[in-house]
Design a protein around this ligand. Structure first.
Ligand SMILES: *Cc1c(COP(=O)(O)O)cnc(C)c1O
Length: 297
């Protein structure tokens, strides 16, 4: 095991009436269960950055996010676990949320950028003053995106494959997962090299700057994006909340409303619309994010 590896995410059958009706078999890969603190796909996206920080002897890691950010949460927890200092640049003005309290408790230095300051994050020169303030630190793009983030997600594929036999599956047909920046999806598409289709349920509007990382996939086949945002990132409606409660009741798997709930609801819609032939076997990725749920559910 590599120094930055965490235990394997369990893969178990996902039984829901609407899957059964369509004779679609699904198993869910529980990235939410890999660790009490360093949860979900954000951990996989951080691995390469942690390795790079080690290789360059960086004293710390710095990144950006909002006040419910799963990414900053995973970064702060990983920093504490593996002995790196961390700093977080936050959108908006100082606020007290369960996530923010955790970041502070995990020792992350917080800087509130306001909204305008945060909007400047993609401009050239944005990182300069922070690099001057935190010399030698590893800067991680918003959400842990980019190719380094995608490469870390190849491990998700290995973790699932290692557990197929225990499910009694010789193989599977496709992946289904929530997508925000598309980094996790890109990692799976790159690792699959066309062997199995990857379906991304987009939790953000298409024009939201998804997918800079998807340019890495130019010319590749074997992936498909489905709209799952239901009116915007972070917008919830009654149907979504009722669906989440119903799924949790049937499966015992906790979901949140920003990504995993929307991804499963979009899956139900596609399954009911006949996207998958009877007998199809799907691996659904639970991308985590449950810590953020404390802020709004
Ligand atoms: C960040 C996040 C996503 C989106 O991941 P991308 O790699 O940006 O597409 C999906 N689900 C959860 C729970 C997340 O926290």
């Amino acid at each position: 095991m590599h120094a930055f590896d965490l235990p394997q995410a369990p893969l178990h059958p996902l039984n829901l009436p609407w899957l059964e009706n369509a004779r679609v078999e699904a198993a869910i890969l529980r990235l939410d269960l890999i660790d009490p603190l360093i949860s979900g796909n954000k951990w996989f996206k951080l691995r390469h950055h942690l390795q790079q920080a080690t290789a360059s002897n960086a004293p710390g890691l710095i990144s950006l996010g909002g006040n419910h950010s799963n990414h900053l949460h995973a970064l702060a927890a990983a920093g504490k676990r593996f002995g790196f200092a961390t700093a977080g640049l936050l959108r908006g003005h100082a606020q007290d949320t369960p996530t923010v309290r955790d970041l502070q408790a995990l020792g992350m230095q917080l800087h509130w950028l306001g909204y305008g300051g945060y909007r400047a994050r993609n401009q050239p020169g944005f990182w300069q003053p922070w690099q001057a303030r935190y010399p030698g630190w590893q800067c991680i793009p918003e959400g842990g995106g980019g190719l380094a983030g995608a490469q870390g997600c190849a491990l998700i594929l290995q973790q699932a494959r290692a557990q197929l036999a225990a499910l009694g599956w010789a193989d599977y047909d496709a992946w289904w997962l929530a997508a925000g920046t598309g980094t996790t999806l890109a990692g799976l598409v790159l690792a699959e090299e066309g062997r199995h289709a990857v379906h991304g349920a987009l939790a953000v509007p298409r024009d939201h700057g998804v997918a800079q990382v998807l340019t890495e996939l130019a010319g590749r086949q074997g992936y498909q994006l489905h709209d799952a945002c239901r009116g915007g990132f972070g917008k919830f409606d009654d149907e979504l909340l009722a669906f989440i409660a119903d799924c949790e009741r049937h499966t015992g798997v906790p979901l949140e409303a920003l990504y995993t709930g929307k991804a499963l609801l979009a899956l139900r819609q596609q399954v009911e619309a006949g996207l998958f032939a009877p007998g199809t076997r799907l691996i659904v990725v639970h991308t985590g994010g449950l810590q953020g749920r404390r802020g709004y559910l």
